[in-house]
Every structure is written in C-alpha cells, then in structure tokens.
Design a protein around this ligand. Structure first.
Ligand code: C2E
Ligand code: CA
Ligand code: CA
Length: 698
C-alpha cells in the first residue's frame, strides 16, 4: 500500500517537475528572444553609427570645386577617386590605388553611368552621398559616391571605398564582430546581424554582416543542450525510481499478505498466536448455549526463566519449541492450543477437565516434558504449572474464562509451581490482595514503614555474640507487622527488591554501627548486586556510618546467584577486594550448591536450618552436616549453623567444627532497642542451662 502511494506521489512529482521545467524553458526562451531583439537593435545602431562616421568624414572632406580635387584625392589616394565626366579632363580611366582594375569592370561602369544619369536628372543637394557597389562579382567593394563641382561646371563624381577592415577593428572593441565582406549573397554563416544599404532606386547595393552577443544564441548553443540533457537524465532516473518503487510496493503488498496470513501464527512454535486465540475465544458462546462444555487452561512453563537467563535465549527458544510440540501432541487434535506469549500457552480443551482428570493430565504433561526436553537442558527443573477453568463451573465469554484461568495459574505458581489448580472464587481475592500489597509496598519504601530486626550470631563454643543478621519487617499501617515471606517474593518479582535491599542495608549499618565491634550480616539479592553503582553505594554507606568493611557480611542465596553470574561474580570480587565479607545463604537447599562454591569465592557458608532441624530425626543428617562442615573448613570458610533451637543441636554443631551459630536458642530477631548485648560465654556442661535461662530472661 505504501509502495503504491509512493509511486503515485512520484508520478505527481515527475509531472510537476516537467511542467516546471517546460515553464522555465519557455520563460527563458522568451526572455532571451526579447534580450536578443534589443541587442540587435543596439548593434544595428552602433554599426550604423560607425558607417555614419565614415559617411560624415567623406562628406566633410568633399572638395568644393574642381580646383581642390587633386588635394582631396591626395589625402587618401588609396581609397579616394574623382571621376570627371569625360576623358578630356585627362583622368585616367582605370583610376589609381585600390581603384585600379575596379573601373575596368563593365558592371561597375554600368552602375557608374546609371548614377551619373540619375544625378543629371535630379541634381542632388550638395553633400548628398550614395552607396554604390564597385568591382566584379566576388571582388565587389562598398563605396560612397557624391556629385561634386561648382554649379554650371560639368559634374564630376567622387568615390570613397568603405574600409571595412578598419570598421571591423573599430567595432571589435564593442564586442561586434563585423565581417569585412559585402555583396548580395555573401552572408557568413556565423553572422547574426545584418544591415542592408539601399541605393538610389531602392535596390540593395550592399550588406554589412556581423556577429553580436546573442543570449538566445548562446543559450541554444550551450545552455539548452545541457538543460535538455539534464532533463533527460532526470526523467530516466525518475522513471527507474518509479519502476523500482512500484515493484517494491508490489513486493511490500505481497509481504503484507504473507504477514496477514501469518498474523494468526506464532513464528517460533507454529502454534496459533494471541490474535488467533482471541478470535477463537470470541467464537465461544456463553455456557448456556455452549455445548459440549469446554475447559480453558493456561499452561506456564516452570524453569523457563532459569533456562533463558542461564543458558541463553537460544536454549530458551528451543525449550519453547519442544514444550509446544509436547503440548500439541499430548492434548490431541480436538484441543485448540495457542501460545499466548513468553512461556505461556493456552489450551481450549473439549469437555470438563477438573479434579482428578486435571491432576492426571498435569502429571502426564509434566512427565512427557521431562522425557522430551532436549538433552542439553537435562538436569534443569523444567515443568509446567496449569490453571484451569471449565465453562460449566463458571459463566461468561471465552475471554472471561481465559482471565479466570490466568488467576488460577497464578495461584498454581504461588503454591510452589509444578501444580495444576482449578479456578475458585477466592483466588480473585488473593490476586487483588497481592496487587494492593504491591502498591502498598512501593509506598512503604518511601514512608519508612520497613523495619529491621536483628538476630544474634554467636560463637559456637563460647556462645559469645559476634554479630547480628539484620532481617526486614514491614510495619503495615493496618495489616500489622508483616514477615519477609509475605512480601519479599513479591518484591523479587519487581524492581522493588533493589530499593528494599538498599534501605535495609542502610538501616542495618546505621543501627548497628555503634554496637560493639559486631559483625553486621545483611541479605542481598543478585538483582541488587548488579544494580548500577552498588559497590560505590556500599563503600559510601560504610564511610558514612564509620563501619570497617570487615564488619559487613553480605548474604546471598543460590537463587539470587542464578541471574547473570558473570556480573554478580565481578561485583562480589570488587566487594571482597574492599574487605567486605560474602556469605552463601541457605546452603544445601538449591539445585547445585556445590557448583556455586566452585564459581564464586565466599568467606562464610550458612548451613541451612533444614539440616539442623533434621539432626534429631533423620539418621543421615549428622553425616551430611559433618561432611559439609569438613568441606567448608577445607576451603577456608567460616561456617554458620542456622535455626539452632536446642542445646543438643548446639553441642553437636560445635563438636562438628561449625564456627558460629544462629537461632532462637540464642535470640530471636528483635528491634535494636530490645537487643540483648553480651550473651554469657558458653561453657560445656552445666553452663548450657545458664545460657538457656539467659535467653528466657531476655
Ligand atoms: P534467612 O536469610 O535464612 O533468615 C533467617 C530466617 O530464619 C529468618 O526468618 C529468621 O527469623 C529465621 N530463624 C532464625 N532462627 C530461627 C530458628 O531457630 N528457628 C526457625 N524456625 N527460624 C529461625 P525471617 O526473618 O522470616 O526471614 C525469612 C527470609 O527472608 C530470610 O531467610 C531471608 O532470605 C529473607 N529476608 C529477610 N530480610 C531480607 C532482606 O532484607 N533482604 C532480602 N533480600 N531478603 C530478606
Ligand atoms: Ca540470611
Ligand atoms: Ca538462611
């Protein structure tokens, strides 16, 4: 379409250009004509004046009587001649100088006789000058003639040859090129000016030819051909452009058609896309008329983000193609399957798929996915979460059903992923709650509703407090004190986690700076680490609160290390170079804890509390704890046991070589003002009870 209108526009441009060019040419030709006409008139005047000068000279010099003849003739013997009427006067019939030979020509003699007869008939006034041509054809010369002699005397004729070369020289200075030729037929080719001289009887006796400055002539000789050439070239170029544009326009239209055909198809997976899905959903009538019933399912790949982030977009694309193929094959030809975007698929399944049927379908899809995912992705936690809603259970249009399936899949993911959940009314409330919570959280960061509580970390053997872990709390205006689990995951889904993390870091350093020489442990996430200027921000805070870098320990969970490992690694290196300590948090809970120990360098390993809680009831736990401790020690890391609640656990861990301990046994996270400082040293045996008492007292 664009191509066609482009061609039309070009046609208009070409037509306009031609009209403009022709108008300019016409105007130019007209102006040149007018200028030339004026130039010719001026030149004719100049040539005439020059001729007039010669005539005047001749007239002024004419002898008064025969007495003067010889003297006059002597002035310019070459070009002047007096011719008496008879030979008795003794004038040589052939003349002298340049007249020699001229008079011998019979045509000349005839013309002279004619002139003489005419002068006899009508006596001309004194000083009357006539033009006459003398000489044979081819050698003719222009001459001036006058009747001389006193009245009564027999008349004589005086001639003066017009010196054309001299005239040409005089005119040349005025840019007029006079051609020193005369005669009725001798017109030079280059001449563009002509002056005709009439004789007594009105006949043409001579012509003067010259070339003057003619604009039109110059134009037609030089400018016009160039102009025409330019115009031709321009039209050829425009013609070619037009042709190209037309073909471009045509291929554009063909592309457009193809795109329109494809518009309903997702290019990556070949499945119907969002557009096609909504077309399909629009055709689904409200359930009262919908027979047989349908189930709308939203399928969301678990682990897709992980694959995309860690293995790259190509791997992500491969996973999507693979998953699409699995869904397509397993859901059957009766199912309308579309890719909504990202890692979300929608299936419109015939019949009511709820309860056990949904669970079985989910299990089957998960299992097939696990088997079929490309080998390069093996070992990654790829699965699927499903949110489903049936047209029997819920009313409304196809689009409405999709929005409910969306809420259900959200609930499935919130429930720990890898689940299939049927929509129920309470979910909507939950989603609305999350949305309002997110809004409130944004405000909370600004209004300082976030609090930091500190939990002591003690030396395993002595029980002496060596530091605190600062944990965030949210003092919500009407929901009360919220724990991190209630809002940190939400913050992690948005950029809020960076602001929250930095706010906690700031508050922790501010509050604990003056608490002895304690270690300050703060939780951080990968996103926060790679946020611009993080290292400088940390350094600035340390300076502001006068805290030695060695006192700060940043705790990182494995999940937060997944994102952009390289950049995280660089930031960690920079922080450690400055003296800040780094701890790996919740060690042992992730997918590949050990691999992170190889990739990054940590100062501290925080042994997850699940291992410690299991010490009492799982027989293999003590072995796991001792092994991890031995490994960490051999790598030169300090070990902190988390979630220590009993004295037995404390004793076991201390004996296993765990450096420090943290847990309710030594103190819960509390605000600064409730902090118990200087816990009594732990001495094995009876002393442990003292420790317990101290805590209870606190
Ligand atoms: P975490 O880093 O593993 O923090 C220790 C959690 O274990 C804290 O829960 C703490 O109250 C709890 N805990 C400590 N001793 C015991 C015990 O003896 N028994 C039991 N059952 N629990 C104990 P909390 O404060 O609810 O924090 C939960 C998680 O939230 C933290 O786990 C941490 O991952 C995250 N979190 C807390 N504050 C922040 C923060 O400022 N930024 C980030 N990114 N995450 C934070
Ligand atoms: Ca922690
Ligand atoms: Ca932890």
């Amino acid at each position: 379409m664009a191509g066609r209108s482009m061609v039309r526009l070009l046609d208009f441009a070409v037509a306009g250009l031609f009209v403009l060019a022709l108008t300019i040419l016409g105007l130019f030709a007209w102006a040149a004509r007018v200028a030339d006409r004026n130039a010719f008139a001026i030149e004719t005047q100049i040539v005439g004046q020059e001729l007039g000068r010669v005539v005047t000279q001749f007239r002024n010099d004419l002898p008064n009587g025969l007495v003067d003849r010889a003297r006059w003739q002597g002035v310019a013997r070459e070009t002047r001649l007096v011719l008496a009427d008879d030979a008795a006067r003794g004038n040589p019939p052939g003349g002298t100088g340049r007249f020699t030979g001229l008079l011998a020509d019979p045509a000349t003699r005839a013309r002279i006789d004619e002139l003489r007869a005419a002068f006899a008939r009508v006596e001309p006034p004194r000083g009357h000058v006539e033009f006459i041509r003398l000489g044979p054809p081819g050698g003719e010369m222009l001459a001036l003639a006058a009747r001389i002699g006193r009245p009564g005397e027999s008349p004589a004729l005086a001639f003066e040859l017009v010196d054309l070369p001299a005239m040409a020289a005089a005119l040349e200075t005025l840019s007029i090129e006079l051609f020193p030729v005369t005669g009725p037929y001798a017109e030079p080719e280059a001449a563009n000016g002509r002056l005709e001289l009439a004789g007594l009887g009105g006949e043409i006796v001579g012509r003067l030819f010259w070339r003057g400055q003619r604009l039109a002539a110059i134009a037609s000789r030089q400018i016009l051909p160039a102009l025409v050439a330019i115009l031709c070239a321009a039209s050829v170029i425009l013609f070619l452009m037009r042709r190209r544009w037309r073909s471009a326009g045509e291929s554009f239209e063909r592309d457009l058609e193809r795109v329109e055909q494809m518009a309903g198809t997702d290019t990556l997976t070949g499945l119907p896309n969002r557009r096609a899905l909504f077309r399909h959903l629009a055709a689904i009538a409200p359930p009262a008329q919908a027979f047989p019933p349908i189930t709308v399912m939203m399928l969301d790949l678990d682990g897709f983000k992980w694959v995309n982030d860690t293995l790259g977009h190509e791997a992500g694309d491969r996973l999507l193609v693979q998953a699409a193929a699995v869904f397509r094959a397993e859901l059957g030809p009766e199912t309308f399957l579309a890719r909504l975007g990202g890692d979300e698929f929608v299936a419109v399944v015939p019949g009511e798929v709820v309860g056990g049927a949904l669970t079985r379908l989910h299990a089957h899809l998960s299992e097939t996915l696990r088997r079929r995912v490309p080998s390069s992705l093996a070992g990654t936690p790829v699965g699927v979460s499903i949110g489903a809603v049936s047209s029997v259970a819920e009313g409304g249009s196809g689009e409405h059903l999709l929005s409910l399936a969306d809420i259900a899949v959200y609930a499935a993911k919130a429930a720990g992923r890898g689940a299939a959940v049927s929509y129920d009314g309470s979910m909507e409330v939950e989603k609305a709650f999350r949305r309002s919570l997110e809004r409130d959280l944004r405000a909370a960061v600004l209004t300082r509703e976030l609090r930091v509580h500190h939990q002591p970390i003690v030396e395993a053997l002595s029980g002496k407090v060596v530091g605190y872990e600062s944990l965030v709390r949210w003092q919500h205006p009407f929901r009360g004190l919220l724990m991190p689990a209630e809002f940190i995951p939400l913050a992690e889904d948005t950029d809020l986690i960076v602001e929250i993390g930095n706010a906690v870091l700031n508050q922790a350093l501010e509050e604990l700076a003056s608490v002895g020489n304690c270690r300050i442990s703060v939780n951080t996430t990968g996103r926060q680490l790679i946020s611009p200027g993080f290292v400088e921000h940390v350094k600035a805070l340390l300076v502001r609160y006068g805290v030695a870098p060695q006192r700060l320990c940043l705790e990182l969970t494995e999940t937060s290390l997944i994102t952009d490992g390289e950049r995280v690694g660089a930031v960690l290196t920079a922080l450690r170079a400055h003296g800040v300590r780094v701890a790996i948090d919740d060690f042992g809970t992730g997918y590949s804890s050990l691999s992170y120990l190889m990739r990054f360098t940590f100062d501290t390993l925080k042994l997850d509390r699940t291992f410690i809680a299991a010490l009492d009831n799982k027989p293999e736990s003590p072995t796991i704890v001792t092994s991890i401790t031995a490994l960490a020690r051999s790598l030169g890391m300090e070990i902190v046991g988390e979630g220590v609640e009993t004295v037995q656990q404390q004793i076991f861990l201390a004996a296993a070589g765990v450096t420090c301990l943290q847990g309710y046994l030594f103190g819960r996270p509390v605000p600064l003002e409730k902090l118990v400082r200087g816990t009594a040293p732990l001495v094995p045996g009876a002393e442990t009870a003292t420790l317990g008492k101290t805590q209870r007292a606190a």
